[in-house]
Design a protein around this ligand. Sequence first.
Ligand code: APR
Ligand code: ZN
Length: 241
Amino acid sequence: MNLEIAKNKINTAARVAVLTGAGISAESGIPTFRDAQTGYWARFSPHELASPVAYEKNAELVWQWYAERFITCQTAQPNAAHTALAALEQRTALTVVTQNVDQLHQRAGSQNVLELHGNITTARCEKCSHVQALSPDFVPPPICQKCASRMRPNVVWFGELLPRAILEQAWKTFEQCEVALVIGTSSLVEPAASLGRIAKESGALLIEVNPEVTPLSKYADLRVSSSAIKGLGALLGEYSR
Ligand code: APR
Ligand code: ZN
């Protein structure tokens, strides 16, 4: 399939499903999970910090890492790939399913966003599950306004279950779409890794935007081997910027 046909399909599709991963925010300056960490954090891998075991062992350290990443995400700006998707949503029924916790899709103007891994802008009470927004100058760990217990980052860690209702909606979105766009994800982590394949098996056109080949690549009708900004610029043309 060539780019022109794919562009046309996107323009005429009644339902478009998008899956994004860390790669779409890389050009906003947010490091991907595979990028080496810098400074003090270079000695840890994200897998060693984003887990219930790590939190149990050293909650202070884990919170320190999240507090820094929270600032990075707050300071970052949505890029042209995020805004292109928000603009396309004005024209067609489009849902963004994201593994990112940075909220850049929402800040770019996307309304239909399903966050598979929670978000970094809120904390969740360890005792009563109350969720509250983090203020830019919060001192970790945040304390629950309802019951005064310690709160944890409101994200899904390695080894934890994804929020069931959101996952079911994501599944349905990919089963029912006409075009599936998978952008900037290594397609290694389940169940997100399967969403593109589900769309394809249900008859959708599958397009992957990623500079690297992934396990999903072999199923794609079209692979756009470039960065998210460049790839979506080529695919969505007038919708970007
Ligand atoms: N544009 C598009 N894609 C890019 C860009 C870019 N500018 N830069 C990097 N990529 C691609 C990489 O080739 C890689 O395939 O983005 C992907 C990033 O992969 P990961 O860091 O594994 O991020 P992601 O797929 O979102 O990870 C999924 O796994 O590590 C866990 O919970 C974590 O949410 C995360 C999940
Ligand atoms: Zn509480």
